[in-house]
Write a protein that binds this ligand. Structure first.
Ligand code: CMP
Length: 469
């Protein structure tokens, strides 16, 4: 429809010319007084030339219609091609005027201008190569507007425009890189947005040989699974790529989308990995030339557990002796991936601190469980049943092989009596989690007004009653 509308002006011009031809005798009689015999004789020439130009104009408007895309319908031919077609249409019209209207020998003209064209072509050879490369790129589509491409390490950006001569990339720094099409077509580049928007990134980490590979993989994987921007599917994984004198080289590999966010997601992954390694008491590999006492000689038993407890905000105010006493009460448990550390509805008498691995907290209601949260090393769970005596409010399932430390009610009770601020902190944590769970329940099924937040004061009062504080 819009193509027809575009053809209306050239059609009107052709109609005008046809009318002029029909009224030629009348016009001729009148024009003779005004413009004299010479111009009046040129009438046919002017009308025929105008007809050729109007035909070219009509053709170029059709090309325009095909080249202009809308939100619903993308352009059928690329801009580069439409510019070329327009150029040929007008060039053809000019040649036709020379050959058919002015009766000039066009073949001779083309032949004599051949040398000039060769000279011009030689001078503009790079530009011409770029233009033909641009046409090839437009036909082959190795990348499209919006794709993220990497030309060489560090030279990457989102394709913003592909024009006659060059491709324009916008980098994460907000700068534009203009690459001549000839260079893109003639070199190897990576299109990270194809064949699917997801692509894999690998982060290298070098750890000591002393760290068991299975444990290292568990800790690194939990870092990957906690970081923002890492896709859950395909799943992230950790592989050993090399074992050298300096240590074992691992690659933490994950899938993500959006090439512009690689640095941000890598940062999140490395931050999570380094945090988890520190919590697990694992250091990065060190140069083997330097002398270092073996850690087992320097770390008395229980150091790891104490370090883990010290890193929890909950025990920030505790002194060394109190931490040491609690650390002695911790029981280590290994939870294989996919198994539950606690099950919803079961009675519970203990609290868990995550040392390695990740856990998913989920509500088992209906056929499909509702995921409430993901917990990572340094987080704790099980506080609700321990403190209120209620059955477990949710299931906590290991997302990776995991290691947790369990603390029984018998050991927590005396500490709570001595340290009432611990009860306050736990009440706050429970209130936050319960509010969030209520919101999630409303979102999942029972529509209606948002529930009132669970007040930590109420919980604290209930807790005091429960523990007779
Ligand atoms: P408990 O009820 O003893 O057992 C299930 C545990 O899941 C619960 O204690 C909390 O520790 C934990 N939990 C419940 N809801 C959440 C949540 N929204 N975020 C994190 N942990 C939660």
């Amino acid at each position: 429809m819009s193509a027809l509308r575009r053809l209306f002006p050239p059609a009107a011009a052709l109609a005008l010319l046809a009318t002029a031809v029909a009224y030629k005798p009348w016009l001729h009689a009148h024009l003779l007084h005004v413009v004299g015999p010479v111009l009046s004789d040129g009438f046919d020439t002017v009308v025929a030339s105008a007809a050729w130009l109007v035909a070219a104009w009509g053709g170029s408007r059709i090309v325009d219609a095909l080249a202009t895309g809308t939100a619903e319908r993308p352009a059928r031919i690329p801009r580069l091609l439409s510019d070329l077609l327009r150029f040929f249409l007008y060039g053809f019209a000019v040649l036709a005027i020379l050959a058919f209207v002015l009766d000039q020998p066009v073949t001779g003209l083309l032949a004599t201008s051949g040398v000039a064209i060769a000279v011009l072509g030689f001078a503009l050879r790079n530009m011409i190569a770029d233009i033909f490369a641009g046409i090839a790129l437009n036909i082959e589509h190795p990348y499209r507007i919006g794709d993220w491409i990497e030309l060489s390490p560090g030279v990457a950006g989102r394709v913003d425009e592909i024009n006659w001569r060059a491709t324009r990339l916008i980098t994460t720094e907000g700068t534009a890189i203009i690459v001549p099409n000839g260079i893109v077509a003639g070199s190897r580049f990576t299109n990270v947005s194809r064949p699917t928007p997801a692509f894999r990134v690998a982060v290298p980490v070098l750890l000591d040989q002393e760290v068991p590979v299975e444990r290292a993989k568990r800790v690194l994987l939990s870092g990957l699974m906690c970081a923002d921007g890492v896709l859950a599917s395909p799943r992230p994984d950790v592989v050993v790529v090399e074992a050298t004198a300096n240590g074992v080289a691992y690659q933490a590999r994950f899938w993500m989308e959006d090439g512009a966010r690689v640095a941000i997601v890598r940062d999140g992954v490395l931050t999570a990995i380094l945090g988890n390694l520190a919590r697990a008491g694992i250091e990065l590999a060190h140069q083997k030339r330097e002398f270092r006492p073996r850690r087992s000689a320097t770390n008395p038993p229980g150091t790891l557990r104490r370090r883990l407890l010290q890193q929890l905000d909950l025990f920030a105010a505790f002194d060394e002796a109190e931490i040491a006493e609690l650390a002695l009460a911790l029981r280590k448990r290994r939870i294989p991936a996919g198994t539950a550390a606690v099950r919803q509805g079961e009675p519970g008498q203990s609290l868990f601190v995550i040392a390695e691995g990740v856990f998913d907290v989920q509500l088992d209601q209906g056929a499909v469980p509702v995921r409430l949260n993901r917990l990572s090393p340094g987080d704790l769970f099980g506080e609700m049943s321990l403190l209120t005596g209620q059955p477990r409010s949710a299931s906590v399932i290991a997302g990776t092989d995991a290691v947790v430390y369990e603390l029984d009610k018998d050991h927590v009770d005396p500490v709570l009596r001595r340290r009432p601020e611990l009860a306050r902190l736990l009440a706050e944590l429970m209130a936050q989690r319960q509010t969030r769970n209520e919101e999630e329940r409303v979102r999942q099924g029972r529509a209606g007004a948002a529930p009132p937040p669970v007040a930590s004061q109420d919980l604290l009062a209930r807790l005091r009653g429960f523990f007779k504080l």
